[in-house]
Write a protein that binds this ligand. Structure first.
Ligand code: HEM
Length: 493
């Protein structure tokens, strides 16, 4: 195929940037305390290091490999060295017991966030600035603040249910896509204060949001993000999300301005409003416009696809496990009947629905990995790790460790029965929302949204999976289903 001189020029530019990047990384590494000796390593190749191993689709799920190598394993790549932690007790030490020494995420993401101008996101800010921001955002996610938002979850799930009921009984649809649109509408309504209409015709704003949350995640262009000056590359896969970000920023600016002109009694009870009203309990300061804007983006990035993926897999697992499905339907029928609605008063009665969500997140954690770096040189298990080492917490393999989860490939929501509440498995080896002070701020929001969605879907519908091949995760570090989620929708009689 004729590549064209512009193509060659772009390719040469990319190669040059890769070389410059590797040289910069090596120079920076040479100035640090050396990495400790004697840490087991992921087998790798010269220059490209462990990249071939990482590209193995089930690498992070390889419980036996990590058990054989040890609780902490070094992996070298052209992007740098990182340490994979796959042992629950050590993860607990890093994320909880010694959280003060490991309070930040590694800095790499800053290059991306500077271009998108998202430098104030909670996941990016460090140390004292993170503490202040987290303190100010936390009340937005207290149960008291979330209760009025349950209505948004119901409203948008009901639109989804209506749309599915409009289809003839027995229609096969991609539920991954439908649920992504539903969770997009929920984040639109609660964080952007805007109806995205993603479940109906799909507005211009919802299309921009989809570019960022879905299209960009699937595009190969995202692998170029580590390059310096990537934003200058004339590649549509990189330019489209930049344009989408600019458009969404304009929307947030317009909505927040409009909110300030509303009388207090007319202001909605949503995430955006709780942020506009937030006051730092220590200083009395409010969040700045930029802090709010960056937080809204973070909620879109961290809260939409994650919840959609959990729901998609829940439907799949329930389609494969008729007993668990029957128990869910019985719970819904006994608490709500055919026309009741979930409310703040009854939502905590749906124990089985909650257990189904939790077990889904064990088998299919939306975030398979999380990370931490250390503020100073630290000692772990007798070895000194230099300041700002990159620790990758392998959530996925812990969730499949047979020592904690007998028959780990079996979908069994009873693992989360009341009697197991204080089990070692739950307290140590279950990390779908991370752990410690840096754990997921939105976990109550996500659990409530997922529960309400499951309840309202199964109140009217059932789903069966009729494909020849079993559904599979994308692999590498991604647990999202590889080929969407084709499910046949049945109306409940
Ligand atoms: C099923 C859905 C979700 C899953 C599985 C999930 C998972 C996670 C995980 C694993 C982390 C990293 C925690 C750590 O490193 O210890 C995280 C952080 C975060 N999540 Fe979630 N999340 C979900 C939904 C949400 C929602 C709905 C929101 C907001 C609306 C949200 C906002 C955040 C934020 C802001 C952080 C960064 C916290 C910080 O750095 O202080 N997440 N999430």
């Amino acid at each position: 195929m004729f590549f064209g001189w512009i193509g060659w020029l772009v390719l040469a530019g990319i190669v040059l940037l890769v070389v410059l990047f590797i040289i910069k990384k090596r120079n920076a590494a040479a100035k640090r305390t050396p990495d400790p000796d004697g840490v087991p390593e992921v087998p790798g190749w010269p220059i490209i290091g462990c990249i071939p191993a990482l590209l193995r689709k089930d690498f992070f799920l390889d419980v036996q490999l990590f058990k054989k190598l040890g609780p902490i394993v070094r992996a070298k790549s052209p992007m740098g060295v990182f340490y994979i932690v796959s042992e629950p007790e050590l993860a607990h030490e890093i994320m909880l017991k010694r959280a003060n020494e490991f309070i930040n995420h590694p800095k790499q993401s800053e290059t991306i966030n500077k271009v998108f101008d998202l430098t104030e996101m909670l996941t990016v800010v460090r140390d004292g600035i993170w503490k202040r921001r987290r303190r100010m955002l936390s009340p937005s996610f207290h149960w008291k603040s979330i209760q009025p938002m349950l209505e948004y979850f119901s409203t948008h799930t009901n639109i989804l249910v209506e749309r599915l009921l409009e289809l003839p009984d027995g229609t096969r649809v991609d539920m991954d896509d439908w649920l992504a649109r539903m969770t997009l509408d929920v984040i639109g309504a609660t964080a952007f204060g805007t109806d995205f209409h993603a479940l109906r015709e799909g507005s211009e704003v919802s299309k921009a949001a989809k570019v960022i949350t879905t299209d960009f995640q699937k595009s190969g262009a995202r692998f170029l993000l580590f390059l310096p000056y990537w934003e200058k590359l004339p590649i549509e896969g990189l330019q489209a999300p930049l344009r989408a970000f600019r458009r969404l920023k304009e929307i947030i600016a317009e909505v927040t301005k409009m909110r300030q002109s509303l009388p207090p009694e007319e202001r909605p009870h949503d995430l955006l409003q709780t942020m506009l009203d937030a006051k730092d309990e220590e200083t009395g300061q409010s969040l700045t416009q930029k802090e709010i804007l960056d937080s809204v983006f973070l909620f879109l990035l961290a809260g939409q696809d994650t919840t959609a993926s959990a729901l998609t897999w829940a439907l799949y697992e329930l389609s494969q496990n008729p007993e668990a499905e029957a128990k869910l339907v019985a719970e819904i029928d006994s608490i709500l009947g055919p026309d009741g609605v979930p409310t703040p008063e009854n939502i905590n009665d749906f124990h089985w629905a909650e257990q189904c969500v939790k077990e889904t997140l064990r088998m299919h954690p939306s975030a398979t990995l999380t990370n931490r770096d250390n503020n100073e040189d630290v000692e772990i298990q007798g070895k000194i790790y230099p300041k700002e080492s990159h620790f990758l917490i392998n959530i996925w393999s812990m969730h499949y460790d047979p020592e904690f989860w007998p028959e780990p490939k079996k979908f069994d929501p009873s693992r989360f029965d009341e009697e197991h509440k204080n089990s070692k498995s739950l307290l140590r080896a279950y990390l779908p929302f991370g752990a410690g002070p840096r754990g997921c701020i939105g976990f109550r929001f996500a659990l409530a949204e997922a529960k309400i969605c499951l309840i309202l879907l199964y109140q009217k519908l059932r789903f069966s999976y009729e494909e020849k091949e079993k559904a599979e995760p994308m692999g590498f570090a991604g647990s999202k289903p590889k080929n969407g989620m084709p499910l046949v929708v049945h109306h409940r009689k």
